[in-house]
Design a protein around this ligand. Structure first.
Ligand code: BG6
Length: 370
């Protein structure tokens, strides 16, 4: 059942091209229009919403944070992302014009379920993005958009994360289409890029895994790892850090690279491992330049800099102890690629330490208590 892989996590990392492809399947009709069958919320309601709040926990919340950049850009609707347990116990401003998007792999996370109930009591419409058909959260929501990642067994989420980002993007494009924020041909171009993601993820698995494995093995004794990113690379950095905490029990933190000089740079000491997610230079030149200067800042203070960059980016080489290249894509699609080496890094480091990557200590796959 592990498909010849040493762990479920390894298998699920390799399932990702299929998980992304399956999540896209059947949602585009022949003339390029996006259709979401599970969208049982009236179109007139979706046209009038003035705010989106994403609620989730753990990795699912990072998927939401990635999606915020895309949905705001495409739909011009403000998107807040909030941990479900925080949302529930403050007094959030939620009403009939709020669309709540609840993201959950299992569909059974109690914190998220309680937040869904609270949102609906306030009159909000709730869409569940979920991987488990018929589970509590989609049943209690107004609509469900299923990720088709297949069962995820390893406690730490991998393929569900990529599928959640894809599902959120489909939702964002659907809303943009419905609300007239984007023209059909623009949406088609974005969807075309999305459809190239499975083969690009596959190429990372085929060509990059050994390099990341060797890197992890060399670093199995590190005491802490810092992850830096900007824009969509910021939630990717946090997700990379979470994976390392969960699997390898190593202290890790993900920072917004721009925040470095406001605090975290004090942590940089000789030999500190810093993993930096670099945005495409073709996408937004200024963003790329800013991250390059962040790499220089930590390197000047002795950091060991490992860089995740897109193929063809030669500029980063000069400032990196090691570069891990991922295929080229657009700025907003990049998280679907840059996350993959970080997943492999955490898994291989934990494996090198002799840890159980499928069942990390103290964690449960689905937390059904508040
Ligand atoms: C945690 C799991 O307890 O719950 C994480 O260990 C997961 O992997 C989080 O991201 C949220 O779970 P779900 O099922 O609501 O996506």
């Amino acid at each position: 059942e592990k498909g010849g892989f040493p762990s479920f996590m390894d298998k699920e990392i390799h399932d990702q091209p299929q998980a992304v492809a399956d999540t896209l399947l059947g949602r585009l009709d022949i003339d390029g229009k996006l259709t979401l069958d599970e969208m049982h919320i009236d179109e007139t309601v979706l046209k009038t919403i003035d705010k989106i709040i994403v609620i989730a926990c753990g990795t699912a919340a990072y998927a939401g944070q990635v999606a915020k950049y895309a949905i705001e850009h495409w739909c011009r609707v403000p998107v807040e992302v909030e941990l479900a347990h925080e949302f529930r116990y403050r007094d959030p401003v939620v009403n009939e014009k709020t669309l709540v998007v609840a993201i959950s792999q299992s569909g059974e996370t109690m914190d998220t379920t309680m937040a869904v109930r609270h949102a609906r009591q306030q009159g909000a419409k709730v869409i569940a993005i979920c991987n488990t058909f018929g589970s509590t959260i989609p049943r209690e929501s107004d609509a469900a958009l299923y990720t088709h990642a297949g069962p995820e067994i390893a406690v730490a989420s991998t393929k569900a994360f990529l599928s959640q980002v894809v599902a959120c993007y489909l939702l964002g494009l659907y809303l943009a289409q419905l609300r007239g924020n984007k023209f059909r041909d623009e949406i088609t171009t974005i969807l075309e890029e999305l459809q190239t993601i499975p083969e690009k993820v596959q190429s990372i698995l085929d060509n990059g895994k050994q390099q990341v494995q060797a890197l992890a093995q060399r670093n199995q004794d590190v005491g802490s790892v810092l992850f830096l990113g900007r824009h969509v690379g910021f939630p990717v950095a946090m997700e990379g850090a979470l994976k390392l905490k969960e699997l390898a029990y190593i202290h890790a933190e993900g920072f917004a690279a721009g925040e470095l000089k406001h605090g975290p740079i004090a942590l940089i000491d000789d030999g500190q491992l810093v993993i930096i997610v670099v945005p495409s230079k073709r996408g937004r030149d200024s963003l790329h330049a800013k991250v390059i200067s962040n790499i220089q800042e930590v390197r000047a203070r002795g950091a060991n800099t490992v860089v995740i960059a897109e193929e063809g980016d030669e500029e980063v080489r000069e400032f990196a102890s090691e570069v891990i290249y991922v295929p080229q894509t657009t700025t907003l699609m990049a998280p679907l690629l840059t996350t993959v080496p970080l997943q492999i890094f955490a898994m291989e480091l934990a494996t090198a330490k002799g840890l159980d990557v499928d069942q990390p200590r103290n964690l449960a796959k689905s937390v059904t208590v508040e």
